[in-house]
Design a protein around this ligand. Structure first.
Ligand code: KIV
Ligand code: NA
Length: 260
């Protein structure tokens, strides 16, 4: 039985950390499930990790569906959350319901994630929840707004912007989201939001006081060619992979592979 998304509120009350890891295909899905993640997120960071784009903006809904279906084949016992790509939920509430509905229908995801808060997105979150689509929120550095921010910059560094992010987080909770990602904001602000909300906060570059943490799995594995400063590599898979593939090249060229 898959964990019910509402159970995570109890985890928060119990002080039990919630671990979220991203996946972008069948293999990465298998890895994070076997590693014991509590939630698998098909983040639109796959635009950068798996497709080589510089931002998440070029990813389409069709491309996301393609990747999420692959991840789904690896995930059966933990909730699967799928990021709504840029433009798939901002145009209208009806459009958002249609896009998110397709995600649940075609990928059998448990929930979707949308970026932003009050006032632009909160009514959309409420509408999705009303038709039965659980929503994970996401405030702070919301990468789909990278051009508006002028780069992947830390948010909430001024008193005014910190207040705005707190208000957005409250609006996301009031709209019915079951949890919320806090990305690249000061630790004190993330702590304040975590203490104010009853839904769990999932931090990334937001300090140690969030109710859970998320990282992009390629960064955790040391597989990325670049990673943000707040990420931590627990392995060095990129170099291991290059070494293994290089050894194969060498053995073929020197006729040591295959052996007789
Ligand atoms: O796209 C993504 O991977 C995300 C997480 C880092 C929260 O949104
Ligand atoms: Na994302």
């Amino acid at each position: 039985m898959v964990v019910n998304v509402h159970q995570f509120k109890q985890w928060k009350r119990d002080g039990r950390a919630i671990v979220v890891l991203t996946a972008w295909d069948y293999m990465s899905g298998q890895i994070v499930v076997q590693a014991g993640a509590d939630i698998v997120l098909v983040g639109d960071s796959l635009a950068m990790v798996a497709l080589g784009y510089e931002t998440t903006l070029p990813l389409t809904l069709e491309e996301m569906l393609h990747h999420a279906k692959a991840v789904r084949r690896a995930v059966d016992r933990v909730p699967l959350v799928v990021d709504m790509p840029f433009l798939s939920y901002q145009v209208s509430v009806a459009g958002a319901i249609h896009s998110a509905g397709r995600v649940l229908q075609e990928t059998e995801a448990t929930a979707v994630k949308v970026e932003g808060g009050h006032p632009a997105i909160a009514p959309t979150i409420a509408a999705l929840v009303q038709v039965g689509i659980p929503v994970m929120g996401h405030v702070g550095l919301t990468p789909q707004s990278v051009n508006q921010f002028g780069g992947f910059r830390r948010q909430g560094t001024s008193a005014e912007s910190a207040q705005r992010i707190l208000e957005e987080a409250k609006a996301v909770e009031a709209a019915g989201a079951f949890c919320i990602v806090l990305e690249h904001i000061p630790a004190e602000l993330a702590q304040q939001i975590s203490q104010t909300l009853t839904i769990p906060t999932i931090g990334i570059g937001a300090g140690a006081h969030c109710d859970g943490q998320v990282l992009v799995t390629a960064d955790v594995l040391g597989l990325s060619s670049w990673q943000p400063k707040f990420a931590k590599a627990y392995g060095n898979l990129r170099q291991s992979a290059i070494d293994a593939a290089h050894q194969f090249c060498e053995e073929v060229r020197t006729r040591r592979f295959p052996n007789p």
